[in-house]
Design a protein around this ligand. Structure first.
Ligand code: MLT
Length: 406
């Protein structure tokens, strides 16, 4: 008789955003005429840019002709895209990442979930708390998380690094030494960032303790302030201790198109000298048949001069929402952070409500959907996340609804 994977059985409930989607669907069914504004999952709302659409159309048209038709794509990605990424995302910041250290995928969620597979099962994992749930859940699935403690909402074998208001929601270096450290800056969910000097300390710590940093830079395009690193490879020595994950979803609006990439430098070796780059290439080649050609051409278009201009406009559009939410809610008496270098605003729930109590209250009274902070980890309790990815119109309407909640 077959058996289900016992590691998977340890997972509690549904994935955070699936759980929220179910709750909202139930509410919608019970109140079909109530207009709901969704500022929960960080899903984009604005159309793809002109350059991207033109590239998609051209690539589709090519599929109609035998001379330009493409079958399987190279499993690690087309050179045209890997070269553009190397030149624009890294080269222009003075960072040298060669195309063969860049692995194209169907998005940052898959990469951030899959990357743990190339590490030993007994590696100790450290995460920020609150945390993007994929990092923890995939380590639970891999049997690396230990036992779950219902009371604290934590896993025994995971090192939690609380990100608290008194430290501007930045994590402190852990006292226990981890093997794998997940960092995400600008942070999902708090919107916090760290300076280059602060990030350098993490890189030095990782190199000193032979740990690896999995650096999720999916939101780097939202950085507006100077001295905030866009890539971990801006720090000295990062190539011997860091993997970086990037997305096209948040900067270029590809949440539905699907495209992302991961950088694994050649210098990154495990304790016995195994090249993690080669291991990821082996894993990628075995389990993934390559991101679609059409999407990769669309990704390439993002790196043209016109494409860069268009995505800057798209990011500014959402950052205007972030500003409106942050200022509007602060004026309405909420305590808010984030939204300056990030499309996420992190707010304290009012009147001592738990995160889920506020979720229900906001849905019921304001018909606005957000994300309960406790869904991201125990230190998220008493907080709530809003996204700036709505339309201007819905964002303004949501702010008005917040003002009239009582
Ligand atoms: C979020 O809302 O945290 C993100 O959109 C989720 C994701 O990118 O998978």
């Amino acid at each position: 008789m077959f058996k289900a994977n016992p590691d998977y059985l340890q997972l509690r409930g549904s994935y955070l955003f699936s759980n929220i989607a179910k709750k909202v669907a139930a509410y919608k069914e019970a109140h079909p005429d109530t207009p709901i504004i969704r500022l929960g999952i960080g899903d984009v709302t604005q159309p793809l840019s002109k350059s991207v659409i033109a590239a998609l159309q051209k690539a589709v048209e090519e599929q109609a002709h035998a001379e330009t038709f493409r079958g399987y794509t190279p499993d690690l990605g087309y050179d045209f895209l890997r070269e553009a990424i190397s030149r624009v995302d890294f080269g222009r910041r003075g960072v040298s990442i060669s195309p063969d250290e860049i692995f194209i995928s169907d998005g940052a969620k898959s990469d951030s979930g899959n990357i743990q597979e190339i590490f030993s099962k007994d590696c100790r994992v450290a995460v920020c708390d609150p945390v993007y749930p994929v990092y923890v859940d995939t380590n639970v699935m891999a049997g690396r998380a230990g036992e779950y403690d219902e009371k604290t909402g934590t896993w025994s074998n995971i090192i939690y690094m609380p990100c608290l208001a008194e430290n501007d929601f930045a994590p402190q270096l852990p006292t226990e030494i981890p093997d794998i450290i997940y960092l995400c800056f600008p942070n999902n969910p708090t919107g916090a960032t760290v300076s280059k000097e602060q990030l350098q300390k993490w890189v030095d710590f990782a190199n000193e303790h032979k740990a690896v940093i999995i650096y999720d830079a999916a939101y780097e395009a939202y950085i507006t302030e100077d001295d905030i690193p866009h890539s971990i490879y801006e720090c000295d020595g990062a190539k011997t201790c860091s993997i970086e994950i990037r997305s096209f979803s948040k900067n270029a609006g590809f949440t539905g198109v699907r495209l992302g990439y991961t950088v694994v430098p050649k210098e990154l070796k495990d304790a016995s000298g195994v090249s993690m780059r080669d291991l990821w290439a082996r894993r990628h080649g075995t389990k993934f048949n390559g991101a679609p050609y059409i999407q990769q051409r669309a990704g390439e278009a993002v790196y043209s001069d016109q494409g860069q201009k268009e995505i800057r406009e798209l990011v500014s559009y959402y950052m205007e929402n972030a500003r409106m939410i942050r200022e509007g809610l602060t004026a309405a008496g909420f305590t808010c952070s984030g939204g300056v270098n990030s499309p996420y605003i992190w707010l304290k729930t009012p009147d001592g409500m738990t995160s889920w109590e506020f979720f229900d209250y906001l849905l019921e009274k304001g018909h606005v959907v957000g994300t309960p902070g406790s869904g991201f980890g125990p230190s998220g309790e008493g907080y709530f996340r809003l996204t700036a990815f709505g339309s201007h119109e819905n964002t303004k309407a949501a702010i008005e609804r917040f003002k009239h909640l009582n």
